[in-house]
Every structure is written in structure tokens, then in C-alpha cells.
Design a protein around this ligand. Structure first.
Ligand SMILES: Nc1nc2c(c(=O)[nH]1)N[C@H]1C(S)=C(S)[C@@H](COP(=O)(O)OP(=O)(O)OC[C@H]3O[C@@H](n4cnc5c(=O)[nH]c(N)nc54)[C@H](O)[C@@H]3O)O[C@H]1N2
Ligand SMILES: Nc1nc2c(c(=O)[nH]1)N[C@H]1C(S)=C(S)[C@@H](COP(=O)(O)OP(=O)(O)OC[C@H]3O[C@@H](n4cnc5c(=O)[nH]c(N)nc54)[C@H](O)[C@@H]3O)O[C@H]1N2
Ligand SMILES: [Mo]
Length: 776
């Protein structure tokens, strides 16, 4: 669409929505929401300032010490020394020589290319797909498995209920069915609408909020079990139950115990659809360890009253109840347990497979969960074959770098950490996503070479030896097509690449050609050829599935296309309920496993054969509260996606004196002399950061809330334990797996203390580029 001779409006897609970019004189001046979206995200406009801001990486950069000494450089210079700007050819030569050296001297398993991260929307220019394809084309790499979002659930679910993605999330009962049939939603972690702004790969219509409104209009009642009142939007008038964080498994056991003692559970359902209740029941009733897991016991642990727990159990048993659990609840120590226990509790209620009843694991964690959409297998960039068998569970990265040759447990296997010499990252930010950043800094000093493709000077780019400047999706053509989302978007190039940036495909082509793998990587295709190739594959699969997608030309003309509606309304595990013999689960027994012989056989003390209550390493019931009395909830930010667009206007507009906002209860604030607008220092033994204060009774006492995603901004770069001036919570979190089973991240189990920051406020420097030297 053309406005006048200088203005153009072109469609694009982001993980948080579909947008129309308005460009004048080659500059992005606005992004407009998609007209058919009933609840556009607040995140979108952040790109307008960020796309060409001072912290864009504009040219290839090499850390000074690395340019001078290569693999023998002082690696403590990472994140400290200045960078030197070098021409593209020279940077590509240096990087490819390092890749060549490492694969010859140490083998491809010494290249870590896990490269976790959300990257950007767009099927072709998906940075993590690109880096994996590239590394496979040169002989392979050590990869990572699972994710930071729901890794404990992924590993647990395959043993106890089925494949987490394909059989649980993809089949989740849809919002219209819930609105139509449920009486009661009991929401562990609430259902924060802020998180449903996002679906990985793109969103057309944000439907989750609408779904909740519809449910409310139909008289559905809401109970939110969460440390934060606003995890259920005020509109829904949910009853707010605020337990100590990380005590959900105990609360669910208290509910389960009440069901048994009051004869409210469903033995017929358990007998027909589950195995092992008889091996769990003695633990629940206290026959095995002398401790009944009754409501009084759960009240003691959670800080709730026993009556609250008993009444909730009765209410759940007397209505069509959907039990929902956000992914956050398993992102804590022993995170497998609340998820397993939620499945057991729902099985005891006997409503699994009924419309509007049973269990939902991840509603609101992305808009896509429960979105009524036709399931369609969109094509993806082929990754090739990885010849290296080594892998790590994704959150074990620091462990891997610090313990080459060391062994660890994961899902019944004893595995060995490879000896990592080179790390390649594209499309992710470990200084956002990983826990215990001071430990991560030490870990990143181990490899001989660290290469990063980045758009902005994130802390990850600042800690690299070689940085290649990457484009944003507004600087390239693409097509967005993604899971859980019916809308496909022709993403158009709106502006020229900023500075000397290139897309990841061009960067990897340059490297692959130097390493004799040019043809293997590109298959002779230009980006336009690839986009057409992928789109044509989608069209072919559509034909096989009995519907049509337009040609690429027509798609670009009409800007978007939509999948046909789903054939039937999804009700999770309805087929299993109808006939469990004909439609068994993919678990070993084909049934819901309340007791898992497989998990029991692993012999893990930290994850035995049935759900148990085990204390998290840090929680409000641990002795550590005498030193660190506050539980930190570092949940997802409302104003951005993780660390993306933190330098843009929307995110920066939310800061207090330039710091990330932190909310705490009026009593906690008063005890520390804190008021709205102050700056506080949050600290524990692992680190410290500053944050801006919001005093709010929407946070329970004993808890503080500081979202993830403020860019790491160290007061003294390179000094372990130094203050983060800006408010990155991962200087405080602990780097430990959920258990030997899942080895998933545990960002939500951390205690801290807070004090007023009285000194002179150090300026935020992370939104300026690092020191850059010119040569010659
Ligand atoms: N404390 C705490 N920590 C957490 C969480 C928490 O709840 N609490 N949540 C965890 C979860 S669930 C997740 S998923 C992770 C998210 O962690 P990440 O996915 O690593 O976070 P992002 O900020 O999305 O990082 C993506 C990076 O890719 C870059 N990028 C975007 N597009 C492109 C591109 O086209 N090319 C290249 N080369 N780069 C690109 C962006 O600039 C950005 O720096 O964080 C985890 N960390
Ligand atoms: N705007 C925005 N949306 C996002 C993202 C983003 O960065 N920005 N990230 C996306 C990604 S990658 C993911 S994985 C999802 C994550 O989705 P979630 O994991 O569901 O998101 P969180 O915001 O971490 O947590 C939701 C709420 O759970 C509560 N909670 C935390 N710990 C506990 C606990 O122990 N017990 C109980 N009962 N409640 C607890 C917190 O109060 C928190 O607000 O969000 C996605 N959506
Ligand atoms: Mo995530």
C-alpha cells in the first residue's frame, strides 16, 4: 500500500503480533496494529526507536585481545576490552579459520552450537535454524535439548501422560469449549494476559483474553493461586489465593488428601485410565512416612489456611473444573512435582477428557495454547544431519563449560560433558535467559573462541570475541507461518539493512564458502529462492491436506492468508476417555502414570516413582530466610519479549529512574523505608542489582516481583559479583537443575533481601555501544 510518493506501508510479523510498518524517506516511523486483532500487544511499537538506535551493532567487530592473540588471548578480557571494527571479509576469514582450527584439532563436538533463543519471527531467516544448519554443513556440533520454558514438563510428561508438545499442548481444550462447558477455573500461576501477547513465530488475533471474557460472560468462576494478584486480570474478579511460591505440589496434595478422606475422588476413573494410584495413596495418607499430606500439613507449608484448601477441594469436586497450571510453576526446584501432582489431582477428579474439565498445562503462557486452530505441519528450514551425538539439557551450559569430561544425570542416562573450545550463538541471549550470571561469566571464559551474530549490543555480544551485525526482520523478506496460529504473513523488507548489517543467511554463507561447505549450506539458493521453496512446500502440504494456499505472488499482494478453521473442537484426551484401549496414551502403560516404573527405575532421590513434596533449595520455609527473607518472582515482562526491545521506547518507558521496576508489598516496603519511585538494591550471595520501587498490595508479603529482561549492565565489567546497575534478576537466581530427571532451569526458586540504595546513582550505560577502536 502506498500513501504518497515518500511513504510506504508493508506487512511484517513478530512473536507478539502482526504489524504494518510505515516508512518515510527510508526510515521506520511507526508500526500499525493488524486491524483484525481484537487485543493487539503493547510490545509492538518498541521497535520504532530500537531499530536504528545507538546500540545497534553496525559493523563486524573483534575483541581487541582476540584480534591480537587469537586463541591465546586473555579471556578475562571478554566483556571488558574494547572492540576493533574490521571489514566483513577479514572478520569472516578470522571466524572461519577458528572454526577450521577447532574442528581439526579437537573435533566437531568441541563446537557448542546449542544457541538457544527465540530469535525473530519469519520461517526462513530464523537465526537458530540458520546456525544449526550451518554447523551441520561443516560436520556438526554439540547441541542442546529441551528449553527454558517448560523443560521439566517435557521430560516428565513423556513418562506420565504423553508427549508434552504434540499430545498435551497441541491438543489443549480450546477457549470456546472452556467458555461453553466449564464452571470453575482453578489457575495455578493465574492466567496472566500479559504473557499471551506472544506466540513463538507470530500472532494474528490475540484470542486468549477474548476466551476468558467469554468464559466470564457464561458464568465461569475463577480462582487464582499465585503470589501476584494481577496474574488474573481484575476484570475476571478471581478469588485470589496467595501461597508461598513453590509450594504448589504440597497444596495439590492437601487437595488430593481431602478428596480421598471425603470420598470425593473418582476411583472408577483412576482404575480405568490410570496406573499406580494404589502405590501413591499410602504416601498421600501418610502410611509410608507417618505424615498424612492433609490440608493441615499443606497449610503449614504453603502459608494458606487448611479451610481454604479443604473448601477448594470440595468446590472442585462439585463442579466442572478445569485445573490450569502455567509453565512458571515448573520453572523452580523440583519443578516436575507440581506438574505431576496436577495431573494426578485432575485424574482423581475424574474429569480428564470431558469438555471444560480436566487439566491444562500452559494456558496463557503463550496465546497459542487453547487457540482454536487447525493443526498443520508447516515446513521449516531443513537442518541437515548432525554427526555429533553429544548434547546437553539446555540449561546445563555453565556446567558443561566449567566441567569438561564431567558426568551428569538426565532422564535415566548418565552423560558426559564435551570439551568445548568454540561457542557460536545466533538468535538468543544467555545473559537474559541463563541463571547465575556471575557463574556464566566464568563459564564463558573457558572456550577459546566465542562468536555471536547479533542485532544489538546485548551482554552476549559484548562478551564475544567476534560479533557479526545481523539485520532485523524489517530489513529482509520472509514469510511467517507458525504452529498454533492460523495467520500467515508475507513479511516485506521495509527498510535497508542498518549500518553494515547482513542477514544470518549471508553471514553463514560467507563462512560456509570459506570452509568448503558453500554448496551444502545454500544448495545454490538465494534467500528469495528459499522463501519460495518453503512456501511452495507449504502449498503442497496444504493440497495434501485438502485446502489451498495462494502462490507467493498472490500472498504478497493480499499480504496475509489464513488456514481453514479446525474440523472439530479440541477437548484434551477426549479420544482416550472414549476408548483407552483403542487410543492409549504414549506412556509405557498407555495410561496416566500416577506411579511410573520407568522413573522409579532411574533411582533418583530427587525424583522418585510418584509425586512427592520435596523442599526447594530456596523458599520461604527454608532457614535461609533469616538472611534473605524475600522470594523473588522474576516473571515474564509485560513491555517486551525477554530482553528483546529493552532499548526501545515501550520498555524504557516503564523504567523508574532508568531501572527495571520491582514491586513489593506495602509492609515489606515500610519495613525497609522504601517508597514508590525509590531505587532499591536487591541482593543475595550470588549477586546484586538495582531496581526501581513500586509499592503494591497486589504482591503478597514475603515476595518481590522483578521481571526478566533488563539488559545486564555491570558497574565494574569483568569483576565477579559486581552490581548490575539496571535490574537483571539473573544475577540473583541459582544455576541448578530441577532434578536429575529434567535438569530444567529453576529461575523461580530464589531468596533475596532488599535495601534502599542511598549512594550516587550510577548511570545506565548499556544502551550505549561498548568502546570501539578504529584501526590504522
Ligand atoms: N530469571 C528468569 N530467567 C528466565 C526466565 C524467567 O522466567 N526468569 N524465562 C526463561 C525463558 S521461558 C526463556 S524462553 C528464555 C528466553 O531467552 P532468549 O530467547 O535468549 O531471550 P531473547 O531476549 O528473546 O533473545 C533473543 C536474542 O536474539 C536476537 N535476535 C532476534 N532476531 C535475530 C536475528 O534474526 N538474528 C540474530 N542473529 N539475532 C536475533 C535478539 O536481539 C535477542 O538478543 O529466558 C529464560 N530466562
Ligand atoms: N509479554 C511477554 N509475554 C511472554 C514472554 C515475554 O517475555 N513477554 N515470554 C514468553 C515465554 S518464552 C514463555 S516460556 C511464557 C512463560 O509463561 P509463564 O511461565 O506462565 O510466565 P511467568 O510470567 O514466568 O509466570 C506466570 C506467573 O506465575 C506466577 N508464579 C511464579 N512462581 C510461582 C509458583 O511457584 N507458584 C505459583 N502458583 N505461581 C507462581 C508468577 O506470579 C507469574 O506472574 O511467556 C511467554 N509470554
Ligand atoms: Mo520461554
Amino acid at each position: 500500500m502506498a500513501l504518497d510518493s515518500e511513504a510506504r506501508i508493508t506487512p511484517t510479523s513478530a512473536h507478539w503480533g502482526t504489524y504494518f510498518a510505515e516508512v518515510r524517506d527510508g526510515k521506520l516511523i511507526a508500526v500499525h496494529d493488524y486491524a483484525k486483532d481484537p487485543s493487539p500487544a503493547t510490545i509492538g511499537p518498541g521497535i520504532v526507536e530500537a531499530v536504528d538506535d545507538p546500540v545497534r551493532v553496525r559493523r563486524p567487530m573483534i575483541r581487541k585481545g582476540f584480534l591480537e592473540h587469537g586463541k591465546d588471548s586473555d579471556r578475562a578480557g571478554r566483556g571488558v576490552e574494547p572492540f576493533v571494527a574490521v571489514p566483513w571479509d577479514e572478520a569472516l576469514d578470522i571466524a572461519s579459520a577458528e572454526l577450521e582450527r577447532v574442528r581439526n584439532e579437537h573435533g566437531n563436538s568441541s563446537i557448542f552450537g546449542g544457541s538457544y533463543g527465540w530469535a525473530s519471527a519469519g520461517r526462513f531467516h530464523h537465526a537458530t535454524s540458520q546456525v544449526h544448519r550451518f554447523l551441520n554443513s561443516i560436520g556438526g556440533y554439540t547441541k542442546s535439548v529441551d528449553n527454558y520454558s517448560n523443560a521439566a514438563a517435557i521430560v516428565l510428561a513423556r513418562h506420565v501422560i504423553g508427549d508434552f508438545q504434540k499430545e498435551i499442548l497441541d491438543q489443549a481444550t480450546t477457549w470456546p469449549v472452556i467458555a461453553e462447558n466449564a464452571d470453575l477455573l482453578v489457575m495455578f500461576g493465574g492466567l496472566p494476559v500479559k504473557n499471551a501477547q506472544v506466540t513463538s513465530g507470530g500472532v494474528g488475533r490475540h484470542t486468549m483474553y477474548e476466551g476468558l471474557l467469554q468464559a466470564q460472560a457464561n458464568g465461569v468462576e475463577f480462582v487464582s493461586v499465585s503470589p501476584l494478584r494481577n496474574d488474573s486480570a481484575p476484570t475476571f474478579e478471581a478469588e485470589w489465593i496467595a501461597p508461598r511460591p513453590n509450594t504448589d505440589a504440597a497444596i495439590m496434595m492437601g487437595l488430593a488428601h481431602t478428596l480421598v478422606t471425603e470420598d470425593l475422588h473418582d476411583p472408577a476413573f483412576l482404575a480405568k485410565y490410570a496406573v499406580g494410584f494404589e502405590r501413591f495413596q499410602p504416601y498421600l495418607m501418610g502410611e509410608t512416612d507417618g505424615q498424612a499430606k492433609d490440608a493441615d500439613w499443606a497449610a503449614e507449608i504453603s502459608g494458606l489456611s487448611a479451610d481454604t484448601i479443604r473448601n477448594l477441594a470440595r468446590r472442585m469436586a462439585s463442579a466442572r473444573t478445569m485445573l490450569t497450571v502455567t509453565w512458571s510453576v515448573q520453572r523452580g526446584d523440583h519443578g516436575e512435582q507440581p506438574y505431576w501432582m496436577a495431573i494426578v489431582l485432575a485424574a482423581m477428579l475424574g474429569q480428564i477428557g470431558l469438555p471444560g474439565g480436566g487439566v491444562g498445562l500452559g494456558y496463557s503462557s503463550e496465546n497459542g495454547v487453547g487457540n482454536p486452530v487447525k493443526l498443520f505441519r508447516f515446513p521449516a528450514l531443513p537442518q541437515g544431519v548432525n554427526q555429533v551425538p553429544d548434547f546437553i539439557p539446555v540449561a546445563r551450559i555453565s556446567d558443561m563449560l566449567l566441567n569438561p569430561g564431567g558426568t551428569f544425570e538426565y532422564d535415566g542416562k548418565t552423560l558426559t560433558y564435551p570439551d568445548t573450545r568454540l561457542v557460536y550463538w545466533a538468535g538468543g541471549n544467555p545473559f537474559h535467559h541463563h541463571q547465575d550470571l556471575n557463574r556464566l561469566i566464568k563459564a564463558f571464559r573457558q572456550p577459546e573462541c566465542l562468536i555471536v551474530n547479533e542485532i544489538w549490543w546485548t551482554a552476549m555480544a559484548r562478551h564475544a570475541d567476534i560479533v557479526f551485525p545481523a539485520t532485523t526482520n524489517l530489513e529482509r523478506e520472509d514469510v511467517s507461518m507458525t504452529h498454533w496460529e492460523p495467520l500467515m504473513v508475507a513479511m516485506r523488507k521495509a527498510i535497508e539493512p542498518v549500518g553494515d548489517s547482513r542477514d544470518d543467511y549471508a553471514i553463514f554463507t560467507g563462512l560456509a564458502e570459506r570452509l568448503g561447505a558453500g554448496e551444502a549450506f545454500t544448495e545454490g539458493r538465494t534467500p528469495e529462492d528459499w522463501i519460495r521453496h518453503l512456501w511452495n512446500q507449504a502449498r503442497q502440504r496444504a493440497g495434501e491436506a485438502g485446502f489451498e494456499l495462494p502462490s507467493l505472488e498472490v500472498l504478497r499482494e493480499q499480504e496475509t492468508a489464513e488456514l481453514p478453521p479446525a474440523e472439530k473442537e479440541a477437548v484434551l484426551l477426549a479420544d482416550f476417555r472414549a476408548d483407552p484401549d483403542a487410543n492409549p496414551l504414549s506412556t509405557p502403560s498407555g495410561r496416566i502414570e500416577i506411579f511410573s516404573e520407568t522413573i522409579q527405575s532411574f533411582g533418583y532421590e530427587d525424583c522418585p516413582g510418584h509425586p512427592v513434596w520435596q523442599e526447594p533449595y530456596e523458599w520461604l520455609g527454608s532457614p535461609l530466610v533469616e538472611t534473605y527473607p524475600l522470594h523473588l518472582i522474576s516473571n515474564q515482562p509485560r513491555t517486551r519479549l525477554h530482553s528483546q526491545l529493552d532499548s526501545g521506547g515501550v520498555s524504557r518507558g516503564s523504567k523508574i529512574q532508568g531501572r527495571e521496576p520491582m514491586s513489593l508489598h506495602p509492609d515489606e516496603a515500610a519495613a525497609r523505608g522504601l517508597s514508590d519511585g525509590d531505587v532499591a538494591r536487591i541482593y543475595n550471595d550470588r549477586g546484586a542489582c538495582l531496581a526501581g520501587v513500586i509499592v503494591s498490595d497486589a504482591v503478597m508479603p514475603g515476595v518481590i516481583q522483578l521481571s526478566t529482561g533488563a539488559w545486564y549492565d555491570p558497574l565494574e565489567p569483568g569483576v565477579p559479583g559486581t552490581l548490575c546497575k539496571h535490574g537483571n534478576p539473573n544475577v540473583l537466581t541459582r544455576d541448578k537443575g530441577t532434578s536429575s530427571l529434567g535438569q530444567a532451569p529453576t529461575a523461580h526458586s530464589v531468596l533475596v533481601e532488599v535495601e534502599k540504595f542511598e549512594g550516587e546513582l550510577p548511570p545506565i550505560t548499556v544502551f550505549q555501544p561498548p568502546a570501539i577502536e578504529e584501526r590504522g
